[in-house]
Design a protein around this ligand. Structure first.
Ligand code: ATP
Length: 371
């Protein structure tokens, strides 16, 4: 069996990286399932590129082991790993045609008859008509697709992508997100994608690892991370969260009741990051689009069992698909609410007294003691 036929998950076991006394990546255990689209997501400097480079063999880990399937590849140089990398800079050969750029990996292995494979790869990235052009005659998105085709031509077991869409404008980036996802689904190869863009990670990946300060803070499917963040960092990094400081009043039968200023709120126990204890502090979170807004005069419409808060609108702005409200409430000075269909109540303007209400199932609980 050749390297390229080897299968299995990418497994990092106790991997860490120190640069002198600075620990860029703290000991990390991570499994990337074979055939999945996996994103390493985090702000600049959190250690995601270093982690990717350790998988590629471009960086030696300070501790730990990199496995591809059952095989320990930690000591192998990059070219001996069944892994290829696509960088933000594309790194195409400017003097070669697109065809020759894609053929390069095959020719380097001494393969003479490349026409069929190169043709298939160009079709995969929808650049069959561009084979005879030079890189400078293509758009940024097309060049990035050539870089992907060139990296896939030798059928690596894993494709690593380091901010591959970072140089593209927003519209093109969104197109390429869908395009890369389509390509990954078609070839079925494991993709590990590094990005600082939460929307990009959420759009493309099956699993996202959110990194912060050299550690993975949370790992999960995009919807799971969004709906049930475990830390304030994850709650705030993936979209906007309203976080309310509260005290636990009771916990029973899978339900947690908390109080915050004039409000009593409920949430499911299994949506709390750490087990709540009666009398303890907790941060209660709810996403802005999960909240409904009513003028205070209409509060009687709200059905029992929903979480509710009172407040005053301090600002509102139309943001296309929805209107964004900022609400000053006794529990929090700046709650955010996004409402999709605002025409229904023209009284929802700054200064209006309002009631916010939402399903307790959409509430999550975070440890109030975290930094
Ligand atoms: P970015 O999105 O900006 O690339 P990142 O999350 O990918 O950030 P890394 O490139 O992995 O971050 O870097 C993690 C930390 O390690 C940073 O603080 C960085 O300055 C540091 N670092 C990276 N490479 C080196 C190096 N060769 N020597 C010293 N420090 C380094």
């Amino acid at each position: 069996m050749t390297d390229t036929q080897a299968g299995g998950d990418v497994r990092l076991s106790g991997i860490s990286k120190n640069y002198g006394s600075f620990q860029a990546v703290h000991p990390l255990d991570l499994t990337v399932p074979q055939g999945s689209f996996f994103a390493l997501l985090g702000a600049s400097g959190c250690g995601k590129t270093t982690t990717l480079r350790m998988i590629a063999g471009l960086e030696d880990p300070t501790t730990g082991t990199v496995f591809l399937g059952d095989r320990d590849v930690t000591g192998l140089p990059p070219y001996k790993r069944p892994v290829n990398t696509v960088f933000q800079s594309y790194a195409l050969f400017p003097h070669l045609t697109i065809y020759e750029n894609v053929a390069f990996g095959l020719r380097r292995r001494g393969i003479k008859s490349v026409k069929k494979q190169v043709g298939e790869m160009l079709d995969l990235v929808e650049l069959g008509d561009f084979a005879q052009r030079k890189p400078h005659q293509l758009s940024g998105g097309q060049q990035q697709r050539v870089a992907v085709a060139r990296a896939l031509i030798n059928h690596p077991q894993v494709l690593l992508l380091d901010e591959p869409l970072g140089a593209l404008d927003l519209k093109l980036r969104r197109q390429m997100q869908l395009e890369l996802k389509r390509i990954q689904t078609e070839v079925g190869i494991t993709f590990v994608h590094v990005t600082h863009d939460q929307e990009e990670a959420m759009t493309m990946a099956d699993t996202v690892a959110v990194m912060n300060g050299g550690r993975v803070e949370q790992l999960g499917a995009p919807a799971e991370l969004y709906e049930n963040p475990h830390t304030t960092f994850v709650a705030n990094f993936l979209g906007t969260s309203n976080l309310i400081e509260a005290e636990v009043v009771s916990t029973s039968a899978g339900k947690v009741v908390v109080s915050a200023a004039d409000a009593t709120l409920r949430l499911p126990a299994d949506r709390c990051a750490t087990a709540p204890t009666t009398g303890g502090k907790i941060l209660v979170g709810v996403r802005p689009e999960k909240i409904s807004l009513l003028h205070a005069d209409e509060a009687a419409q709200i059905t029992d069992g929903r979480n509710r808060l009172t407040g005053t609108i301090t600002a509102s702005s139309f943001i296309g698909v929805s209107t964004q409200f900022v609400i000053d409430s006794p529990v929090c000075p700046d709650l955010e609410v996004y409402v999709q269909n605002i025409e229904r109540d023209v009284r929802l303007v700054p200064g209006a007294r309002v009631v916010l209400h939402w399903n307790p199932e959409h509430t999550f609980g975070l440890d109030a003691a975290q930094d």
